[in-house]
Design a protein around this ligand. Sequence first.
Ligand code: NI
Length: 131
Amino acid sequence: MPSLKVHHIGYLVKKMDAAINAFQNLGYKTAQDTIYDDIRKVSICFLQKDGYLIELVSPVAKDSVVSGLMKKYKNCPYHICYETEHFEQDYMTLVSDGFTAIDTLTPAPALQNREVVFLMSPFLGMIELIK
Ligand code: NI
């Protein structure tokens, strides 16, 4: 079994400022200022409440990585991100368990440029893995 630790929940939002405001009204605090990820063409803001870290992701261009998802799902949680101390090993385990990588390891500006990869499972959808 991979040794995964939940890092954050990725949450798709249509309007970043309005979403931050709505989450703040529920008691969330901003954990990091909104940044623009020019690789994925999204803006990203981390919010925190009760030990949970929520990553708001909002498309900034029509060809952003989440534009397709946004059309389908509107505002909703769409991935859980995991950290691991054994990246190579856990990555291989996930692949042999039926996950398929949908991109390659790419730096994430919102995570101090740590590299991340997204994988899909036919049974639980998308996960993100931080190297
Ligand atoms: Ni994420």
